[in-house]
Write a protein that binds this ligand. Structure first.
Ligand SMILES: Nc1nc2c(ncn2[C@@H]2O[C@H](COP(=O)(O)OP(=O)(O)OP(=O)(O)O)[C@@H](O)[C@H]2O)c(=O)[nH]1
Ligand SMILES: [Zn+2]
Length: 404
């Protein structure tokens, strides 16, 4: 027979159990809601147009290293004379005292995170952009830029000029017609990543990356990722045939897998001592490849993570990583990652083919598309060998792959 006391205990246990169950359910729900919010945030970040007030390396959904809280500025619409929106003239390297040189590793509105290359160490600090640079920041300063620093007694150093670039990764700036937004500078190599499977390999998409990179003077390497998922010899042969097309254009092209390790040594050798970026559709394995090649990257220190998380005197996240002691660098920002997808349209395609300009003058139609129009100067020039056949073929292929 149960005593009252036992009953009370039972009831208490029951209630406690309920409370626990409820809190578990609640916690589960909270977790689900926070996951939903995260997905929403990621989707918002994906949808975000280039005229949003985000700055590369500050936000975005790639989860490498520690997140540094984004610094936001309110949109302030001020009418500025057009001349004031032109980026200041770049400074020739020969005119710069090496002691004043610094490397931009991250950006925030009006501010750059820089590495003092003159001192030869990797310690980084924040510097203010001078007024002319701050006003034209999207075009005038990018991660990878070498800049001229003015040191100030009792104040933050100031960036007063940008050294001439040897290459750029740029996209149309949605806020101003014809204007460019530079998302990275002085990049040697772009690893154009396309998956063997999931998502399906799309060679025409790779073509688009190649011409967009060529426009900025960045040399591509085509990487077909996830080749461990390839099941048959026929499928593998198909991929190799596609890669041969790129190799014929003197573009290095290789199969890689972070699962089997295939191709990683070759790729590491290709990018050694150079500054690289990874571009390609979402989900093709860019982060996995960066980690497979170099190890985990640390946004706070701008280095491969080595357990040394010492605080630095910067509030701006780094997007430029030193991955070894041989000068091998990786730039990784949301702007770079999503480069190439929105940058080529039917209208802008011709701007990637300046070598057609002379021939274009003799097209019969002013709006000639150079594919099946009669009296096309470009097609005639390609047939006559005045325009390289592979350039014309690339143009036709890419044009066919564009929707409108
Ligand atoms: N089997 C296999 N799966 C891979 C390989 N590389 C990446 N993956 C998987 O592909 C998925 C996407 O990889 P990510 O590295 O996040 O792709 P991402 O290109 O960085 O994607 P975003 O961050 O959206 O730009 C993950 O589930 C990875 O585990 C690979 O070599 N083999
Ligand atoms: Zn034409």
């Amino acid at each position: 027979m149960e005593s009252n006391h036992d009953k009370e205990k039972q009831v208490a246990r029951h209630l406690a159990g309920n409370a626990k169950a409820r809190s578990l359910a609640e916690r589960k729900e909270l977790k689900a809601r926070s996951a939903e919010r995260r997905v929403e945030r990621m989707e918002r970040a994906r949808r975000r147009q280039p005229d949003d007030d985000d700055f590369d390396g500050l936000d975005g959904d790639d989860e490498v290293g520690t997140r540094v809280p984004p610094q936001r500025v309110k949109h302030v619409h001020v009418r500025v004379p057009t001349a004031a929106l032109e980026p200041p003239e770049p400074i020739p390297e020969s005119a710069v005292d090496a002691r004043d040189l610094a490397l931009v590793t991250g950006l925030a509105p009006g501010r750059a995170r820089v590495r003092d290359v003159a001192v030869g160490e990797t310690d980084e600090f924040d510097a203010d952009l001078d007024a002319a640079l701050a006003r034209t920041q999207r075009a005038s300063v990018a991660v990878g830029d070498r800049v001229v620093l003015e040191r100030r007694v009792g104040g933050r150093p100031r960036v007063v000029g940008v050294v001439e670039r040897r290459s750029t990764i740029a996209r149309a700036d949605g806020t101003r017609a014809g204007a460019e937004r530079v998302v990275a500078a002085n990049v040697d190599r772009a690893l154009v990543v396309a998956a063997a499977r999931s998502p399906r390999l799309r060679p025409r998409l790779v073509d688009r990356y190649l011409i967009a990179l060529e426009a900025g003077g960045v040399r591509p390497i085509v990487c077909v990722s996830k080749v461990d998922l390839v099941e048959t010899a026929a499928e593998r042969a198909e991929i190799e045939a596609i890669l041969d097309e790129f190799r014929a254009l003197e573009v290095p092209a290789l199969c890689v897998s972070v699962e089997s390790g295939e191709g990683l040594d070759d790729l590491r050798a290709l990018v050694r001592g150079q500054t690289s970026v990874l571009v390609g559709q979402s989900g093709v394995g860019k982060s996995s490849l960066a980690n497979g090649l170099f190890g985990a990257l640390d946004l706070v220190t701008g280095r491969v993570r080595d357990g040394d998380g010492k605080g630095r005197h910067t509030t701006t996240a780094s997007s430029l990583f030193e991955v070894d002691d041989a000068g091998t660098r990786l730039i990784d920002t949301p702007g770079v990652r999503s480069f190439g997808l929105v940058d080529v349209t039917r209208n802008s395609l011709e701007s990637f083919f300046p070598d057609f300009d002379a021939a274009r003058a003799s097209c019969h139609f002013g709006d000639c598309g150079h594919v099946d129009e009669p009296d096309c100067g470009v097609r005639a020039a390609a047939l006559a060998g005045e325009v390289p056949a592979r350039r014309y073929e690339a143009y036709v292929r890419i044009r066919a792959s564009l929707d409108g």
